[in-house]
Design a protein around this ligand. Structure first.
Ligand code: ADP
Ligand code: 5GP
Length: 192
């Protein structure tokens, strides 16, 4: 049901559900996967680094890049712009690498629409909204206002989980990762 690699592997989840954790494990296990580093207008958080976690930029520069058609998809998430550069995707594909994308539900839908069977989409759900809020607080990087906005957004994203090719509930981290890894191995045509 998917083309042969290189492919886009899209992982979306409400903020705090464990997407960053799961994506780092995939990158460690699959050498042929490149992380798409997104561009954003939000401020760096914690130990985030320019060029590794995001390309951080101004609202003016982001809007210029939209006008110039530089994004494969972009979205406004929690009041900030986030986007995937066409250059990042083209660069990986030209080297035969598949691309892992940690993006929101709107961006996932745009890429599925644009890339069809070259794109596999995963939705990672938290076991419950209560547990999600707990994880956001435990992470300790978000303000009260930011947590409130992320929780509101989570309700809307969960309602769209049915649009994805695969759904995973991130209850036990190791178990969830084992399921994710097995599906990705199949899609990338790896031996199990
Ligand atoms: P996201 O990238 O989706 O915003 P993170 O990967 O940053 O989420 O995870 C949010 C917090 O929850 C982190 O502190 C992480 O260690 C923790 N976490 C991730 N998965 C689980 C899990 N299955 N059980 C408990 N805590 C988890
Ligand atoms: P955070 O601020 O927690 O890093 O990310 C907030 C949300 O924006 C997450 O759901 C994340 O996946 C999403 N996001 C990050 N990069 C992109 C992108 O390039 N495009 C889209 N549409 N969403 C993104």
């Amino acid at each position: 049901r998917f083309s042969s690699p290189p492919l886009l592997i899209v992982v979306a989840a409400p903020s705090g559900a464990g997407k960053t954790t799961l994506c780092s494990r995939l990158l460690a296990d699959f050498g042929e996967l490149r992380l798409s580093v997104s561009t954003t207008t939000r401020a760096p958080r914690g130990s985030e680094q320019e060029g590794r976690d995001y390309h951080f930029t101004s609202k003016e520069d982001f809007e210029r890049q939209i006008r110039e058609g530089r994004f494969a998809e972009w979205a406004l998430v929690h009041g900030n712009y986030y986007g995937t550069s066409k250059d990042v995707l083209a660069g990986a594909f030209s080297r035969g690498d598949s691309v892992l994308l940690d993006i929101d539900v709107q961006g996932s839908a745009s890429l599925k629409q644009a890339f069809g069977d070259r794109c596999a989409t995963f939705f990672v759900a938290p076991p419950s909204l209560e547990e999600l809020e707990k994880r956001l607080r435990k992470r300790g990087t978000d303000s009260e206002e930011s947590i409130r906005r992320r929780m509101e957004n989570a309700r809307e994203e969960l309602a769209r989980s049915g649009e994805f090719d695969f759904q995973l509930v991130n209850d036990d981290l190791d178990g969830t990762y084992a399921r994710l890894r097995a599906i990705v191995a199949g899609i990338l045509r790896r031996k199990p």
